[in-house]
Design a protein. Structure first.
Length: 467
């Protein structure tokens, strides 16, 4: 794939690895070079090995930005209430005084990157299906490819500790480059003869009952809002192909954050419309996203539905809770926080949402991971007050969310990065896919209407997985 630069890669890495080997502590070594116009995600899907972790990220409508990672040069795993802080500290220590050969003035996301996933709950993902997705998982890929506009950059990374054999590190990286395959993502095709079975893991009536209980608690004053989710299982006649599903998602949802976090056993993927946080130097950007309605193929009807959403007291109240909490969370860490005066509409293929952009000028440097930890979980996926809602969610839902509604994203060596909220997602394990969809419940919520809204949200992935 990149034979024209293989010689320079070898020379640069040998020099960097040798220098790292002379240090008395572990050192991050990286090499970055331009490789022309590529499809990073297709390359990673086509080149992954059976034992690899991999990561794909793309927001197709946003300047062609794409990021993909393959293999593991270093990994940080944590759990509990301090998991974000644990990750921040380890990443900073590894990246300190790194050795790099890279172009000057690289865009955000280019160079060594940390690919990140956090469960919704501090100790989430306890069931076996989430075994390879711990509550906090941050990976430094051996190889990453980022495309910005029409330019792609390849990065190789290694973490060298005292006493390590530099020849082994060099051999691993050269083997990784040699195994790259340029390909295209496969088409998503239904099985020619087998049947697919779809079932709600808990009866739909249980969800309506949970909503009714939540409304009672809200009206009694214990909560202002709580988000409740459902789980649907799709059993296919053959193994679900994450590459084909991912390719379909980025075609259908070009304005969303399309992502896939893969392990040797499973893949967690989705098309999220919800930015948790984007950090660019001293500026943090996020979007309050809450309040939803369906789309229509008729433009006039679609506009009418959007206008109804903008005028809905119930949805505006739910949205206001999310926006105000985000502002309150950012304000102690910011010179200023700005939010749009009125929410607008964000429209994706099957649903439209109320959305309020929010920006903040930070008072001191805080990494993208640290900011994600401050904001997660917003009331868009948790509730208000946060503690009471998060405690009540598993009791009312009766399921293990794992990484659903968690924080998924990346952070580069400058600590810039972005995270989305892990909604409109599915966990794929062989022939079984588990899909998740949730709604914000407030005092005016109607159980039947909330159930119907989850069906709309499930339509993001269900047609792709059920054939």
């Amino acid at each position: 794939m990149i034979t024209e630069v293989e010689g320079r890669i070898a020379d640069a890495l040998e020099s960097l690895l040798a220098e790292a080997g002379r240090r008395d502590r572990r050192t991050l070594v990286s090499f970055t070079t331009a490789v022309g116009d590529r499809d990073p995600n297709a390359i990673v899907f086509g080149s992954r090995r059976a034992g690899d972790r991999w990561f794909c990220w793309e927001q197709p409508d946003r300047d062609g930005f794409t990021l993909a990672g393959l293999g593991t040069a270093h990994e940080v795993i944590s759990r509990g209430e301090d998991r974000f802080a644990d990750v921040v500290g380890d990443c900073a220590e590894v990246a300190r005084d790194r050795l790099a050969d890279e172009p000057a003035g690289m865009p955000a996301g280019v160079g060594p990157v940390w690919t990140c996933g956090f469960a919704f709950a501090a100790d989430g993902g306890t069931t076996s299906r989430w075994a390879s997705f711990p509550p906090a998982l941050v990976t430094l890929p051996e190889l990453s490819i980022a495309q910005v506009g029409g330019d792609a950059y390849l990065t190789l990374a290694a973490v060298v500790s005292p006493g390590d054999d530099q020849d082994d590190a060099m051999s691993r990286l050269r083997s990784r480059v040699a195994s790259l395959r340029e390909t295209t993502l496969p088409l998503l095709e239904p099985h020619p003869t087998g049947e697919t079975h779809v079932r709600s893991v808990r009866p739909p009536g249980d969800f309506e009952g949970a909503v009714a209980q939540a409304v009672e608690r809200i009206r009694s004053g214990g909560l202002k809002k709580i988000v409740l989710a459902r789980e649907v299982e799709v059993e296919a006649p053959s193994a679900h192909d994450p590459a084909a599903v991912y390719g379909a998602l980025r075609e259908l949802f070009p304005s969303c954050f399309c992502f896939c976090v893969g392990t040797p056993e499973a893949a967690f993927l989705g098309a999220s419309p919800e930015l948790l946080v984007r950090r660019s130097g001293a500026v943090a950007a996020t979007v309050a996203l809450a309040g939803s309605t369906r789309r229509s193929a008729d433009p006039a009807v679609d506009d009418h539905l959007g206008e109804q959403l903008l005028r809905s007291d119930k949805d505006r109240s739910e949205h206001e809770i999310v926006a105000r909490r985000i502002e309150r969370t950012l304000r102690p860490h910011s010179v200023w926080v700005e939010a749009a005066d009125e929410p607008g509409l964000v429209r994706v293929a099957n649903i439209q949402h109320l959305a309020t952009p929010i920006h903040a000028q930070l008072t001191e440097p805080r990494s993208a991971v640290e900011l994600a930890g401050l904001l997660h979980p917003t009331p868009a996926v948790g509730g208000e007050p946060r503690g009471a809602a998060v405690s009540a969610i598993p009791e009312l839902e009766g399921m293990d969310r794992g990484w659903y509604a968690g924080a998924i994203g990346w952070m580069d060596a400058t600590e810039d990065g972005e995270f989305c909220v892990g909604v409109r997602t599915a966990l794929l394990r062989d022939r079984t896919a588990r899909l998740y969809a949730g709604n914000g419940i407030v005092g005016a919520s109607d159980p039947a209407a909330e159930l119907a809204e989850t069906e709309i949200k499930l339509e993001a992935l269900l047609p792709l997985l059920a054939g």
